[in-house]
Design a protein around this ligand. Structure first.
Ligand SMILES: [Zn+2]
Length: 632
């Protein structure tokens, strides 16, 4: 063998070695958790028991669901199970829930529980490395989820319970979970940016925790919501789309008419589960996804529960942080995405922390008594305040501030818990709001529970604060104007999740955070809560608002026809309060902005062009809408 062939052989070996190395490196690392519903492409959907939606499948009673599974050598299986009432069901017989592993023709039972309680989810965790697994051949097997009635003989009376299995997850005990940051997105409903001290509010003690987050983290000075009320705004946050694109842009009254079930032709379009959302993208990346929210206008049945393993209607700031902390503790070993929402700042304004500044002790005591005894606190608070002679802007705004103060403390509790269990260093926290609140800025009568009907800055400017562990960019305040639709691609970037830019109207904020970009982004807002539709475009120095000259609330709201509507144009750097409408002296600019609105808000991404998801509202949501004042 001459020297040349030796070199050639050596070269060939090296090339093969490099190729082999490349091949092995390019194989994706196996995940430590596997969602059984996804592996089986099941048609699981959100099912509500008690106050919690879980991604679940109905199992006949008696009957079974068979799922493919690849069982690792050492693993555990987590899932939920529960029973729902059937209308007119007289007797509620207990049901036996069982799980088997099928290996060839052999079925090995790994779980058995009798459940007599209806209307609540139960959790199960079954270790699969115990004695009973020794006989099972590992690798590809089947999991069988089965139910059976447990009756004392009178099967007829007890027949027909609805049984569900929720989101089974296989956890490989030998494989450490992937190192990915947890992401917590906090939406403090109705929180206007300029009432936080870190955004310049005069009260130094209103929001000490959020202020410290902003100081240590990253604060965006100008963040604009895409919609002035809760339902469409959250749909925009979740999908990175304008309301006219995701389609959840109809009025609250249409939502209520659809809810009443009295008119057969009236439906409300909820959030279509086929539209990619933060939760669906994170789940694709093997994150466990969960939400705790205030219900009502963010209720799971409007389409928001999709792709969440659990979507719980418990308000962390109004009720308790305990369920949130418990959930975090149970999932601390896996990357998670957690959405937290609260109505504590939203009317009724029941927090009296600053009340002594504007009320005497007798007035405060009367209010306290009213909060304890009234049936409809939200609807009747203005009447009560009028009776007491205290219904004025200074008072409602001061009480609103009390809600911010209390919410700040609750948020601090949750973050302190993350620190206590050692998760703070691996968790990105984002705090924002869906819209602001008016206190008479443009209409002296609008001083209580007023949002949704205008697009002025007190309504569309919201806070946006990021806490990013060990970030070299911490401490920045970013002046460039951004939008809530930018959150979806930003959160995906944090978790290294690829998104199709063509399918999202928002753009990642990472280049702004890293200082690679400093350009403001045009921010469009639309889909007002009721009445003639308004659409606006805001730039840091100016705002244009177009109001439709149409009264019918049910008309499609996506297009502006070119018949003249009412126009407003404000030069924000000279007139930040938006008091001097210059539309009549700036017709050319107005026409250019109107064209821009039409061009942007009528160009739906192809991925959502033909989707439609009409919903029915459940009874609990109706009650919640009542308690929030949307149903009289
Ligand atoms: Zn809201």
């Amino acid at each position: 063998m001459n020297r040349l062939s030796l070199i050639l052989i050596l070269l060939a070996v090296m090339v093969i070695g490099v190729l082999a190395l490349y091949y092995f490196l390019s194989i994706p690392t196996p995940e430590s958790i596997e969602f059984i519903f996804e592996r089986n492409k099941s048609d699981a959907k959100p099912i509500k028991l008690g106050r919690e939606y879980r991604t679940a499948m109905k199992c006949p009673v008696p009957g079974k669901l068979t799922m493919d599974a690849k069982i690792p050598a050492s693993a555990s299986l987590r899932f939920g199970y529960g029973l729902a009432y059937r209308p007119k069901q007289k007797k509620r017989a207990p049901v036996v829930f069982r799980v088997f592993i099928k290996d060839g023709n052999q079925e090995h039972m790994i779980f058995e529980r009798v459940l007599a309680e209806y209307g609540n989810w139960k959790e199960a965790e079954v270790p699969l490395d115990s004695q009973n697994m020794k006989q099972v051949k590992l690798g590809r097997s089947k999991l069988i989820f089965a139910t059976q009635l447990k009756t004392s003989g009178n099967e007829k009376d007890a027949a027909g319970p609805r049984a569900f299995f929720a989101d089974p997850i296989l956890i490989d005990s030998n494989r450490p979970p992937q190192k990915r940051p947890n992401v917590i997105l906090v939406s403090i409903d109705t929180l206007r940016a300029d009432h936080l001290h870190c955004y310049g509010y005069f009260r130094k003690d209103i929001s000490p925790f959020m202020d410290s987050m902003a100081k240590k983290g990253i604060l965006f000075e100008q963040t604009i919501t895409q919609c002035p009320w809760t339902t469409p705004s959250h749909a925009s946050i979740f999908t990175g789309l304008y309301p006219s694109s995701h389609g959840v842009n109809q009025t609250i009254f249409l939502l209520l008419r659809a809810r009443s079930h009295r008119e057969i032709n009236v439906t409300y379009q909820g959030l279509d589960p086929n539209i990619p959302s933060i939760a669906s993208k994170f789940r694709e990346k093997n994150y466990i996804t969960q939400a705790f929210c205030g219900g009502g206008t963010v209720s799971g049945d409007i389409g928001f529960a999709h792709s969440h393993s659990g979507y719980v209607e418990i308000d962390f700031a109004k009720e308790s942080t305990k369920p949130v902390k418990k959930w975090i503790d149970e999932h601390k070993d896996f990357p998670f995405y957690l959405f937290l929402h609260t109505f504590r700042v939203h009317a009724p304004y029941t927090d009296l922390h600053y009340a002594h500044e504007v009320l005497d002790s007798e007035q405060t005591a009367s209010l306290q008594d009213f909060f304890k005894t009234a049936d409809k606190v939200l609807a009747d608070q203005p009447k009560k305040m009028k009776q007491l002679g205290i219904l004025r802007k200074q008072v409602t705004e001061t009480l609103y501030d009390g809600g911010i103060h209390e919410t700040d403390k609750k948020l601090e509790e949750i973050v302190a818990y993350l620190e206590e269990i050692g998760l703070l260093d691996s968790t990105i926290i984002v705090v924002t709001s869906d819209h602001g609140e008016e206190f008479g800025e443009h209409n002296p009568k609008k001083i209580y529970d007023s949002h949704g009907e205008t697009l002025y800055d007190e309504i569309i400017r919201v806070p946006l604060i990021f806490s990013i562990p060990n970030s070299e960019f911490s401490g920045r305040r970013i002046k460039a104007q951004v939008r809530l639709i930018d959150l979806f691609p930003t959160l995906c970037d944090f978790a290294d999740i690829k998104t199709k830019r063509s399918g999202i109207q928002g753009r990642s904020l990472i280049p702004l955070i890293e200082g690679k970009d400093n350009q403001s982004r045009d921010a469009f807002s639309e889909a007002i809560v009721t009445g003639p539709e308004k659409k606006s475009i805001r730039r840091p120095d100016s705002k244009y608002i177009y109001t439709f000259k149409i009264k019918d609330n049910t008309l499609p709201r996506g297009l502006i026809s070119y018949h003249p509507g009412y126009e407003e144009f404000y030069v924000l750097d000279q007139d930040p309060g938006e008091k001097k409408n210059l539309a009549f002296v700036k017709p050319n600019i107005c026409f250019e902005r109107l064209k821009l609105i039409n061009k942007t808000l009528t160009r739906k991404p192809a991925s959502v062009r033909h989707l439609e998801f009409n919903i029915k509202i459940d009874k609990d949501t109706e009650e919640k809408l009542k308690s929030l004042g949307y149903v009289k």
